[in-house]
Design a protein around this ligand. Structure first.
Ligand code: ADP
Ligand code: MG
Length: 396
């Protein structure tokens, strides 16, 4: 069964003297021509250094932003090439003018062992997102070996992650991708128990499938953020001016019902921090049943933080996605940082996924106290849902 065929690690692939095409996730935040956060570039360093140390010729490819299939000079990978050259101590990084065509073939063809080329933004071509076979064939002309180390793009069936992999028999996963899959797979197949899911954030609609999966898999769900507002409203709690996803009330009720049927606790905040506006400098703690019509819930309250902390302390595994409140404002950040600290202190398997939740973990300087901090928001959620990721399946 091709579905169960194991994935090879980059460490098992022939690399010396080979052109090793590595799909990386260098979709980093930029300000003008400066990379403002190089976490994703650094996360791919172990794979890049492994290939270079074994005498491979590195051909790196990534997307950056959403140029929608057009050449947008402000989304050039040039600032990334500059930052990468600094990180690969002493190494030169040759940026091609386009990811396919004569120019790219010339740069890649001239590479010597241990040298590095970076292909220009893949999404300057509409064929990338269309998973176009001919475009993939053009990319394949630049590669003897294919490695995917872009977990953040693994849930997209795009040419550089899907069609291209199928064209190159010598293919495998990079070290970052393997680390991601290892941590997440344990949660999906055999989580140490009790397994707690801490879910919050604002995008409830994007998280329906993950709620459905976790209510069947975890032992308890601890809810915060706009997600909690929506669940409380679904139970008839007057939420004042709080952000609530009205069109998800029925979904919330069905998750609560499934939790009851399966014996899985779905735990909602008992108190919240409210204010009349998100720009208020401070809020007040109140029981959820006493939110005034002019107020909005912007964080979980101190009693809720304490009770979530207590449960997290004895968990065998914790998966966290979504901030507990409007944590960008200090007045409403205690829930998110309190939960982050509690998970960091938990001796079990602890995994965080999601752009804003991961940002909160970094902000609190707690990243190295988690078992795993996922570099892929959407991809980590899809994996937790139990879905197959196209970029992973293509490596089998
Ligand atoms: P993630 O990126 O971790 O998956 P989301 O994108 O779903 O998380 O949600 C993050 C956003 O949710 C943050 O900007 C945060 O301010 C917002 N948020 C969380 N709780 C609340 C709340 N009670 N009221 C308003 N915004 C909230
Ligand atoms: Mg987000």
């Amino acid at each position: 069964m091709s579905q169960n065929r194991p994935i090879r690690s980059v460490e098992e692939l022939p690399l010396e003297g080979r052109r090793v095409f590595v799909r990386v996730d260098f979709n980093v935040p930029l300000e003008g021509t400066k990379v403002t956060d190089d976490t994703r570039i650094r996360a791919a360093l172990p794979t890049m250094e492994h290939i270079l140390a074994r005498g491979g010729r590195l051909v790196l490819a990534s997307h950056l932003g959403r140029p929608d299939g057009q050449v947008k000079p402000e989304l050039s990978l040039e600032p990334v090439a500059a930052r990468l050259a600094e990180l690969l101590s002493g190494g030169e990084v040759l940026l091609t003018d386009d990811c396919t065509g004569d120019g790219a073939r010339k740069v890649v063809g001239d590479l010597r062992d241990g040298q590095v080329a970076l292909l220009e933004n893949l999404r300057f071509h509409p064929e990338e997102e269309a998973n176009d076979e001919n475009f993939a064939r053009e990319l394949a002309r630049l590669a003897d070996v294919y490695v995917n180390d872009a977990f953040g793009a693994a849930h997209r069936a795009h040419a550089s992650v899907s069609a291209l992999a199928a064209l190159i028999p010598e293919r495998g996963a990079g070290l970052l991708l393997l680390k991601e899959l290892g941590a997440l797979e344990e949660l999906v197949t055999n989580p140490p128990r009790p397994y707690l899911a801490v879910l919050g954030g604002a995008k409830v609609s994007d998280k329906v499938a993950v709620l459905d999966a976790l209510v069947a898999k975890a032992n308890a769900l601890l809810i915060g953020g706009v997600m909690a507002n929506t669940f409380l409203a679904a139970q008839g709690v007057p939420m004042g001016k709080s952000r609530v996803e009205e069109e998800r009330l029925a979904m919330a009720r069905s998750v609560l019902q499934r939790g009851r049927d399966l014996g899985v606790e779905v735990i909602l905040p008992e108190d919240v921090i409210v204010a009349e506006s998100p720009s208020a400098d401070s809020g007040r703690a109140t029981a959820v049943l006493s939110i005034a019509p002019t107020e909005m819930a912007l964080d979980i309250g101190p009693r809720t933080i304490a009770s979530y902390r207590e449960r997290i302390a004895t968990a065998g595994a914790v998966f966290w996605n979504g901030p507990m409140g409007f944590f960008e404002r200090p007045a409403f950040s205690e829930g998110t940082f309190g939960v982050a600290k509690a998970i960091a202190a938990c001796p079990g398997l602890t995994v965080v996924g999601g752009g804003d939740s991961v940002a909160a973990v970094h902000q609190a300087d707690l990243a190295d106290r988690f078992s795993h901090v996922s570099t892929g928001g959407g991809a980590s959620l899809e994996f937790i849902e139990g879905r197959k990721l196209p970029g992973v399946e293509a490596l089998r």
